[in-house]
Design a protein around this ligand. Structure first.
Ligand SMILES: O=c1ccn([C@@H]2O[C@H](COP(=O)(O)OP(=O)(O)O)[C@@H](O)[C@H]2O)c(=O)[nH]1
Ligand SMILES: O=C(O)[C@@H](COP(=O)(O)O)O[C@H]1O[C@H](CO)[C@@H](O)[C@H](O)[C@H]1O
Length: 332
């Protein structure tokens, strides 16, 4: 792990409990910042209402932390829009935002358009497929943007159990994160190796930054925004907050394969731009930093990656075969 990342983990990695709600409300009054929460939603009628109700109840009606709660309907065929509206969200259909520009399918398209349908100085994205949603997901990641003027982009970090009808595998979730995104970031953007959940769908940022970033229209949006935020704002403007455990719907392997391909395309596009940020020159020893939850929080462990390769045998200089050893009398 780079020294810069180890230092970053010490001063830009928090827990939601580090900032109390009264402290956040005082900071919001002092800064005058407004806060928008955006849920991108495609066929999420089963879960969107619970998330909207919890944000409205705890962060709008009980205290004025959130000023605007918007569900952007990504073209749902179910009752997502009705359920979200009944729960208290303002619902905007993707096609009603910038109608002169025909919408493309994908999550990133919806997040990009949401900037044109909201007004908050701080924009907080929350997936609409979360279960057992805790409003601390929102207050936790919005917190640093209210109290740390130097921070512009905050990712949630959390445990991600893989929960299917048949079993629950602790820490089994985030499959594309662990198998695709984390290795990519460690190899090509090692300054981002400290992010526990680089693909997590819950993150908050200053509008002034988001409006200067390109949005990959599909599932590459999280990786693209993180890499480009690093490029534009620098590592010290990025942060992460531990908000506990994330329970969400899990897609099948075929769907995650398509997601992984989109994410790799997003990375390759940035690598081709020469956007390979490394704190030092090319790493002498490429490494991979992974995280496990311990009593102390998310604990990193770093391994060196094998880079050696042996040449084709045919390229070896002629090797004199070992002399046939004739067994002597004593050997038999
Ligand atoms: O074309 C899309 C794909 C996804 N989503 C939403 O983006 C969030 C994350 O998508 P998904 O749950 O499919 O990703 P996963 O969490 O499985 O990686 C969810 O609220 C989806 O409803 C969307 O609005 N439009
Ligand atoms: O992190 C991941 O590996 C994927 C898949 O998670 P699971 O293996 O289904 O828990 O989920 C995330 O990735 C998407 C692409 O960035 C985000 O849009 C989702 O919000 C996030 O859940």
């Amino acid at each position: 792990m780079l020294d810069e990342v180890a230092d970053w983990l010490r001063h830009r990695s928090w827990t939601a409990a580090d900032r109390s709600l009264p402290e956040l409300l005082a900071a919001k009054r002092a800064t005058g910042h407004s806060v928008s929460v955006v849920l991108p939603a495609l066929d999420e009628e089963a879960t969107v209402g619970g998330i909207v109700s919890a944000v409205r109840r705890d962060l709008m009606d009980a205290v004025p932390l959130v000023d605007e709660l918007v569900v952007v309907d990504s073209g749902s065929a179910d009752g997502t829009a009705r359920v979200a509206a009944e729960a208290g969200a303002r619902v905007v259909h993707r096609d009603a935002i910038l109608p002169a520009l025909p919408a493309l399918p994908g999550k990133g398209e919806v997040l990009w358009r949401s900037l044109l349908a909201t007004r908050g100085d701080i924009v907080c994205f929350v997936d609409a497929d979360l279960r057992e949603f805790d409003p601390a997901f929102v207050s936790g990641i919005v917190g640093p943007l209210l109290t740390e003027p130097g921070v512009a982009f905050v990712k949630a970090m959390y445990d991600r159990p893989l929960e299917t009808a048949d079993a629950v595998i602790p820490a089994g979730g985030g499959r594309v994160t662990e198998l695709v995104a984390r290795p990519l970031l460690n190899l090509y953007w090692p300054l981002l190796a400290g992010f526990v959940q680089p693909l997590g769908g819950e993150y908050a940022a200053r509008r002034s930054l988001l409006e200067r970033l390109p949005f990959p229209t599909g599932y590459g949006v999280e990786l693209g925004l993180l890499v480009d935020a690093l490029e534009l704002a620098g590592l010290d403007a990025l942060a992460q907050v531990d908000v506990g455990v994330r329970h969400h719907r899990h897609q099948d392997s075929q769907a995650l394969g398509r997601m992984a391909a989109a994410i790799q395309l997003t990375a390759l596009e940035r690598l081709s731009r020469g956007n390979r940020l490394k704190a030092a020159d090319d790493l002498a020893t490429p490494q991979l930093t992974q995280f496990t939850r311990t009593a102390a929080g998310f604990t990193p462990s770093t391994v060196d990656l094998p880079v050696s390769e042996r040449p084709p045998i045919v390229t070896l200089p002629t090797v004199t075969p070992p002399p046939n050893i004739t067994p002597t009398a004593k050997d038999v």
